[in-house]
Design a protein around this ligand. Structure first.
Ligand SMILES: Nc1ncnc2c1ncn2[C@@H]1O[C@H](COP(=O)(O)OP(=O)(O)OP(=O)(O)O)[C@@H](O)[C@H]1O
Ligand SMILES: [Mg+2]
Length: 233
C-alpha cells in the first residue's frame, strides 16, 4: 500500500509583494513538509513571511515560484475553479482577525462553509449547531459577533473553520488576542477536534506558552525555514 501523501509539501516556494516603494521579497525559497495528522507550529519574527506562507498553503494566495501541494494536490496545477473547490472542501482557515461577518449570527457565520460546499439550509443549520456545541457555544448561536467576547469570537471562527471537517486546518495566531487560560483552552480545543477528525494542523504563533501543543515547530527567518525541531510537549 502506498503511504498517504504529506498534508503539506512546499518546495523552493518564493513570493514577493510589489509595493509603491519597490519589490518586497517575503518568501525566498521555502521547503516545508507536514505529515498527515501532524500538529506543526510555524514561528519567527514579525515580517519573516509566516502569513504569506500559510496563505499560499491555504490557497488564498498564489506563489511566484516553486510548488505547494496540499494533500498530494498542487493547487496551482488544478486550475482556478477546481483548486478553489478542493480548498473549500478540504482546507479550513482561522484568520488572525477572526473575519466573522458582523451582520450574521454565530450560527450563520459557522454555516457559511457548508452552504458554499452545496449543503441545504437545514443541513447547514444542523452542522453549525453541532460545531458551535463542540466549541462550547451552543447557547450563543443566535448572537452577533459584537455581542460576544474576543475568546468567544475566536471559538466561532474555529467552529467555522472546522464545520466541514477539513483534512487540513491552517490558523494564523489563534491565541494572540486571548489571555493565557483562554489561549490554552483554545489550543486544547483545536488539538482535540483535529485529533478526533484526523486533521492536520498548521498554526502560526508567537505564543511560547502553547509550544507544548506542537508535534514539531518550524522556525522561519527572513523568508526561509531555518530549523524544524520537535515540540516542547
Ligand atoms: N500587501 C503587502 N504589500 C507589501 N508588502 C507586504 C504585504 N504583505 C506583507 N508584506 C511584507 O512581506 C513580508 C512578510 O509579511 P508577512 O505578513 O508574511 O509576515 P509575518 O511573518 O506574518 O509577520 P507578523 O508576525 O507581523 O504577522 C513583510 O516584510 C511585509 O512587510
Ligand atoms: Mg502574520
Amino acid at each position: 500500500m502506498t503511504p498517504p501523501p504529506p498534508a503539506v509539501c512546499c518546495r523552493a516556494l518564493t513570493r514577493s509583494y510589489h509595493a509603491a516603494a519597490g519589490v518586497v521579497p517575503a518568501l525566498r525559497g521555502v521547503d516545508l513538509e507536514v505529515a498527515p495528522g501532524e500538529v506543526m507550529f510555524l514561528v519567527g519574527p514579525s515580517g519573516c513571511g509566516k502569513t504569506t506562507l500559510i496563505s499560499i498553503v491555504a490557497g488564498v494566495m498564489t506563489p511566484d515560484g516553486g510548488s505547494c501541494a496540499v494533500l498530494g494536490r498542487d493547487l496551482a496545477t488544478l486550475g482556478g475553479g477546481a483548486g478553489a473547490a478542493f480548498r473549500r472542501r478540504h482546507v479550513g482557515f482561522v484568520f488572525q482577525a477572526f473575519n466573522l461577518v458582523p451582520t450574521l449570527t454565530a450560527a450563520e457565520n459557522v454555516g457559511v462553509p457548508l452552504l458554499l460546499n452545496g449543503a441545504g439550509q437545514a443541513a447547514a443549520i444542523r452542522g453549525a449547531t453541532e460545531a458551535l456545541a463542540a466549541v462550547g457555544l451552543a447557547d450563543r448561536a443566535g448572537q452577533l459577533p459584537r455581542e460576544l467576547s474576543g475568546g468567544q469570537q475566536q471559538r466561532v471562527a474555529i467552529a467555522r473553520a472546522l464545520v466541514h471537517r477539513p483534512r487540513l486546518l491552517v490558523c494564523d495566531e489563534p491565541t494572540s488576542a486571548l489571555d493565557h487560560r483562554t489561549g490554552q483552552e483554545i489550543m486544547e480545543l483545536l488539538r482535540g477536534l483535529a485529533g478526533r477528525h484526523g486533521s492536520t494542523l498548521l498554526v502560526v504563533t508567537h505564543d511560547h506558552r502553547i509550544f507544548g501543543f506542537a508535534d514539531r515547530i518550524a522556525e522561519m527567518d527572513d523568508g526561509r525555514i531555518v530549523t524544524v525541531r520537535t515540540g516542547a510537549a
